[in-house]
Design a protein around this ligand. Structure first.
Ligand code: NDP
Length: 442
């Protein structure tokens, strides 16, 4: 285990000002913005379920054409979902399984990024093993009980959404409450003094129970893996309703999503340098994002195909595979260039500039074409995940739109943070590399 100081030990040497200075400004539009996101994320999680369903169809004009029907379905559906005891048991059973897997599956301990008070935390690396164990159990269930043995996630969808929202609220409240204990290292942006805002944005930087790190755990395991299990459950539903057949579109969506999650979990330690881990506290924004939004909204295409099968044919399949391959290549190559560089190697001999902080910034390769080339690759993949659903309705393309907004907002937050970190050197970099995400366009 760690030889470096834990924040608690280090905190004895630090003043309250260093551990939790009062935040200088609001993000996300301050408390009104926090309230807006707090209400709209759960609302949209339900709306995309009830407003895109075998019963009501999947039309973006439904809220205008038949608002009463939609709101009644939503209201009674959500109320009923609270009473779905099976869903609560499945969801919290699943969550407990992922915690147990973290505790008992083997994994080496790795040190995270340097904390601003000095020292590094240690993290157990076994998210990939948890994913493999989950897939093995799922495969076992399907082999033994048949596809009908794994449709229970699809069947209890709304109840699972409700249970996950409850889990997100509980965790955000718990983390907010314990952040007032003495010696806690707070996120620089999470200590405004406004209760709603701080609860939403996350007050404590790295809430932990012993060596169990709540933030990284939730970012990578229960939500991301559940997303893939939901996809598989949708595929099982489709297989049964098509009398023993899966469409090429369903294969593509499940394969793309699974590959993306396996890739993220295989490169688990890459998360330590991400903004969510280094800068953001753990509040409702991250808990509901990780535990509800990712699994239940990112699987929208698979759920749509479960009740609206689409056959692409060979040309369509090859075309979409090509779109995903291009996106993945940019995403992986750009992230690889930066990770190699930040880990002290530069195999492609890329050009770079040295900032007055001593840290260097790449100025050629992908990072010479735009300031967030990895976001571009990620967004191209988002298209490849939605195209298999065809063109009957734009609803399964919700992810493409939402993800564009998320990435542009993230780019603005990161550019602002880099401007603070590197000052005039960042301005120099921006003059050299003018595009923010899409070279020559944005
Ligand atoms: P990045 O991986 O883009 O990292 C940004 C950091 O990189 C900066 O803060 C800076 O940190 C460093 N950097 C910036 N420019 C340079 C340069 N020229 N040379 C070297 N280092 C540079 O950000 P994220 O953490 O936002 O994203 C990581 C990945 O996760 C992305 O691929 C993104 O698409 C993906 N993602 C996916 C989401 C999803 O829901 N599917 C959500 C969010 C992200 P420093 O200088 O301090 O090292």
């Amino acid at each position: 285990m760690s030889s470096s100081p834990s924040p608690k030990k280090a905190s004895k040497l630090k003043t309250e000002d260093q551990l939790g200075p009062v935040s200088e400004h609001y993000e996300f539009g301050g408390p009104p913005g926090a309230l807006f996101v707090t209400l709209t994320v759960p609302l949209f999680s339900y709306l995309l379920f009830y407003g895109c369903s075998p019963e009501l169809g999947c039309s973006p004009t439904l809220p205008l054409r038949d608002p009463k029907l939609l709101w009644a379905t939503l209201k009674y559906g959500v109320l009923d979902s609270f009473k779905d005891l099976d869903a609560w048991l499945i969801y919290f059973g699943w969550y407990a399984f992922t915690v147990l897997a973290w505790a008992i599956l083997p994994g080496k301990w790795e040190r995270g990024s340097e904390l601003r008070i000095g020292g590094r935390l240690e993290y157990k690396i076994n998210a990939f093993a948890t994913m493999l164990a989950s897939l093995a159990i799922t495969a076992g269930l399907i082999v033994v009980k048949g596809p009908q043995g794994f449709t229970f996630l699809y069947d209890h969808w709304a109840g699972l959404v409700t249970a996950s929202i409850a889990n997100s609220v509980i965790q955000a409240v718990y983390c907010y409450a314990v952040s007032f204990q003495e010696g806690k290292l707070l996120a620089l942006g999470g200590n405004s003094g406004n209760v709603l805002y701080d609860w939403f944005i996350g007050r404590e930087l790295n809430p932990r129970i012993g060596s169990f790190d709540i933030k990284t755990f939730n970012e990578l395991r229960p939500g991301l893996i559940l997303w893939i299990l939901l996809d598989i459950s949708c595929a099982c539903h489709q297989y049964i309703s098509l009398n023993g057949r899966l469409t090429d579109s369903m294969w593509l969506v499940c394969a793309f999503h699974t590959w993306y999650v396996l890739d993220a979990l295989y490169n688990e330690s890459a998360i330590f340098t991400q903004m969510d881990i280094t800068t953001d506290g753990f509040g409702f924004m991250l808990s509901v994002g990780d535990l509800t939004w990712v699994p239940f909204v990112y699987s929208l295409q698979a759920r749509y195909l479960a009740f609206k099968p689409v056959d692409l044919g060979v040309a369509g399949t090859i075309g979409i595979l090509a779109v995903n391959a291009i996106g993945y290549y940019i995403f992986r190559d750009a992230n690889g260039e930066k990770n190699d560089f930040r880990n002290g190697s530069n195999p492609k001999k890329l050009k770079y500039m040295t900032t007055s902080t001593g840290r260097k910034l790449l100025t050629s390769g992908w990072w010479g074409r735009s300031r967030h080339p990895n976001y571009l690759g990620d967004w191209i993949m988002a298209w490849a995940w939605s195209l298999p659903t065809g063109f009957e309705t734009p609803i399964p393309y919700f992810y493409v739109l939402f993800f564009a907004i998320l990435l542009v907002h993230r780019q603005m937050r990161d550019d602002e943070a880099c401007q603070k970190k590197y000052g005039k050197d960042w301005d120099r970099y921006c003059k050299l590399v003018r595009s923010r995400i899409i070279p020559g366009i944005y």
